[in-house]
Design a protein around this ligand. Structure first.
Ligand SMILES: Cc1ncc(COP(=O)(O)O)c(C=O)c1O
Length: 407
């Protein structure tokens, strides 16, 4: 039947304010549908209480809702067990949890973590910290000019025998490419290495089954798949979480505390110290349910059309160079480009004045930009509420900006 784009757009209050800009920065953070805003608002106004503490009905009800959110995430990721879902603040915190807890407990000098050059800084810096503090090695997996991982690089890295974990993005936040996760995981496991997936971008564009992938860790943030900021998720296999020490200490992550020590709670509470993001968990649940209601096949079909429009629009503008995949079918969610003789920041600034929201810079992927031979780029990213017309209307605005800036 296909996506009813007008019906989708009606559900986003952001699109209906007077003089609203064309929002093409959903890779940074997505707008929220009414159902998410309403779920959070109703809970915060009328049903709010702390969770896992109070014995009165309001708190028990809030706890139930919070745990239902965990169940929604479990089902959304197709995880086997609800206790494999840890709520964090963000993807960044989830990936730091892996490095600080699993990494510090497991890795010793001489062990290696393999990373792809596509990675976001959140999936790089925690391992660089371990390199400095523990003397672990980082092994880099390179890409070709289309942004595809060089298959030989992973094999060579794994053959060295000291790679204990492969950290790989599910979808690049710059090039939109999707590494072949299943193959990477199978190869890594064969060599005895675990795999951690940064699904910050993937989660809003394609279905994920951690069960099918058999990944060991997977992280995402609530605010990219149409949910709120302030909440993220770490999925980890049950047996891994059982063996990992707590990352943050405080209330709720303990079984007992005495003057001379403490016993941690079981996972996932062991990793959820302090008051968790309760209203945000309610919003995340609503966001994932909203995605389920739309359905992946319509989401993917609509976004494929948007990517096609984006590539066509950009490739018709003289001086524009698309980075990475040249075929729209090989990328999802975003396309980044540079314009000859124009600094990306100046371009984004002028486009902003013309009511288009696009991000410019290194998009927290500086090693990737170094690999591509540019210091910065402009990124056009899409979500379900965008239309092909919006994207095509960007073409003349870029052309005008080029005339001003390259003059
Ligand atoms: C691929 C990728 N990883 C990690 C992150 C970090 O997400 P957050 O800032 O929500 O922690 C982002 C955010 O842009 C991202 O695109």
């Amino acid at each position: 039947m296909g996506l009813d784009s007008a019906a989708i757009r009606r559900q986003f209050p952001f699109l209906h304010g007077h003089g609203q800009p064309v929002y093409l920065d959903s890779a940074a953070s997505a707008q929220k549908p009414e159902s998410v805003l309403q779920a959070m608002d109703t809970f915060a106004r009328h049903r709010y209480a702390n969770v896992h503490r109070g014995l009165y009905p309001l708190s028990e009800e809030a706890t139930d809702l919070f745990e239902q959110s965990r169940e929604t995430v479990r089902a959304f990721l197709d995880a086997r067990h609800r206790d494999e879902i840890v709520f964090t603040k963000s993807t960044t915190e989830a990936l730091n949890l892996v490095a600080r807890s699993w990494g510090y407990a497991t890795l010793k000098k001489g062990d290696a973590v393999a990373l792809t050059v596509l990675e976001h800084h959140s999936a790089i810096v925690p391992w660089l910290q371990l390199k400095e503090e523990r003397g672990i090695e980082l092994v880099w997996i390179d890409i070709d000019d289309q942004g595809r991982l060089k298959p030989g690089d992973l094999t060579r890295a794994l053959q060295k025998g000291n790679v204990k974990l492969v950290s790989v993005t599910g979808l690049s936040n710059v090039l939109g490419v999707r590494p072949a996760l299943k193959e990477i995981i199978t190869e890594a496991h064969r060599a005895g290495a675990l795999v951690c997936i940064d699904a910050a971008q993937l989660v809003g564009h394609h279905a994920i089954s951690v069960r099918e992938l058999d990944c060991d860790f997977l992280a995402f943030s609530g605010h990219k798949p149409y949910g709120p900021t302030g909440i993220g998720v770490l999925y980890a296999k049950r047996e891994l979480l059982r063996g990992m020490p707590p990352f943050l200490g405080g209330g709720m992550m303990i079984r007992e505390v005495h003057r001379d020590g403490f016993t941690p709670a079981d996972a996932p509470q062991k990793f959820e110290a302090g008051t968790p993001p309760i209203v945000e968990a309610v919003g995340l649940k609503a966001a994932l349910e909203w995605i389920n209601t739309v359905g992946w096949s319509d989401i993917e079909a609509h976004e494929a059309k948007l990517m096609h429009a984006a590539h066509e629009t950009l490739s018709n503008i003289p001086g524009v160079r698309i980075l990475g995949p040249q075929k729209p079918a090989e990328a999802s969610g975003c396309v980044s480009f540079v314009v000859e003789g124009v600094h990306p920041h100046d371009m984004a600034d002028l486009l902003g004045q013309a009511c288009f929201c696009l991000r410019a810079g290194h998009h927290c992927a500086q090693p990737l930009h170094e690999r591509l031979g540019v210091s910065a780029s402009i990124r056009l990213s899409v979500a379900l509420y965008n239309t092909e017309e919006e994207i095509r209307s960007l073409g003349p605005a870029i052309t005008r900006a080029v005339k001003v800036l390259a003059a």
